[in-house]
Design a protein around this ligand. Structure first.
Ligand SMILES: [Zn+2]
Length: 92
């Protein structure tokens, strides 16, 4: 999905989220119904999840200067079964 911006001469700019490549050259304004022409804008990269942006920066920084691991990661927690019948199942 991508955000497309349109400009209504009466109401100003507005955006719509559509599948990529499906934006029309003009659409009806959702507020007044007037004809709104599509505007070409930069990709909305600033709308990316902040956590994902941080991970991407960390990945890029690690390409040239990888982080040094000094300890083992903590062991994964085992999920306990909630169904008592699971306790009777054979174990590997
Ligand atoms: Zn309008």
């Amino acid at each position: 999905m991508a955000r497309y911006q349109y400009l209504c001469p009466e109401c100003g700019p507005w955006t719509v989220v559509l599948p990529m490549g499906t934006a029309e050259a003009a659409r009806s304004c959702p507020a007044c119904g007037g004809r709104s022409g599509r505007q070409w804008t930069a990709p909305s990269l600033n709308l990316m999840d902040r956590r994902l942006v941080g991970l991407r920066h960390r990945e890029e920084a690690g390409r040239d200067v990888p982080e040094v691991t000094t300890a083992l990661p903590p062991p994964a927690r085992r999920r306990s079964a909630t169904d008592p019948r699971h306790a009777t199942l054979p174990r590997p």
